[in-house]
Design a protein around this ligand. Structure first.
Ligand SMILES: Cc1cc2nc3c(=O)[nH]c(=O)nc-3n(C[C@H](O)[C@H](O)[C@H](O)COP(=O)(O)O)c2cc1C
Length: 212
């Protein structure tokens, strides 16, 4: 086994995080952190979406965060993809953001629901033509035995999208992760990393510090 040591995880200068001075709602703090991360890392809105499969085994992949507000964190994918099928069966998920340039991690957990079809359709319309065409290729994550089949499907998908730019891929779905907890993690070089978790209680959000 190759031991991997010596790569720094964080820059020398890390931002301060005062958990006593935070907004009441976690999405507000999240947006502040996201915007700050955008100045230091590529794709700050790329996030690991974790789900469980039919056997209860974990699965995870990176997706793009589409929107966020008090109701939750929105991502989009094909409902026919493995993650879509997993979410239909067990609509719970975790989202993990990691912004190395800031030494920050955010962890979100909660139930997942499908957004209204009009919202999913609007999400699809906003995608660039190549991404819309990609969704029409379908069969995401199936084993690819024959590259020629993919090329033919991609050409056909391109043709369809060019001929009818208003077409919506049938399975395209926006999902909303409604958080029950959101943890903000700030690295510190003295290893006393600062962790603050918002937890949704019966009377609203409560915050609690966590041991590093
Ligand atoms: C930076 C990045 C962004 C991605 N964004 C999305 C996305 O928004 N939606 C999506 O379905 N797949 C996205 N993918 C591809 C997924 O990681 C994954 O390969 C694909 O959705 C199949 O996942 P599944 O087999 O678990 O359903 C992205 C990949 C990367 C690296």
């Amino acid at each position: 086994m190759s031991e991997l040591r010596g790569w720094p995880s964080f820059p020398e200068e890390l931002p301060a995080f005062d958990p006593a001075d935070v907004p009441a709602e976690p999405h507000e703090l999240f947006l502040t952190w996201l915007r700050e991360a955008g100045e230091h890392v590529l794709a700050p809105h790329a996030v690991t979406l974790s789900t469980v499969d039919a056997d209860g085994a974990p699965d995870a992949r990176v997706v793009i965060l589409k929107a966020v507000d008090a109701a939750g964190f929105a991502v989009a994918t094909s409902a026919d993809s493995p993650k879509g099928v997993q979410l239909d069966k067990d609509p719970r998920a975790a989202l993990t953001f990691f912004w190395p340039g800031r030494g920050r991690q955010v962890r979100v957990r909660g139930p997942v629901s499908r957004c209204d079809p009009e919202v999913s359709a609007a999400d699809f319309r906003d995608r660039p033509p190549a991404s819309r065409a990609e969704a029409f290729i379908g069969r995401q994550s199936e084993v690819l035995d024959d590259l020629a089949e993919l090329l033919a499907a991609a050409e056909e998908a391109d043709r369809r999208v060019r001929a009818n730019p208003e077409l919506i891929a049938p399975g395209w779905t926006r999902y909303l992760v409604a958080p029950l907890s959101v943890e903000f993690w700030q690295a510190s070089h003295d290893r006393r990393h600062v962790r603050l978790r918002y937890r949704l209680g019966p009377a609203g959000w409560v915050t609690e510090r966590l041991w590093p």
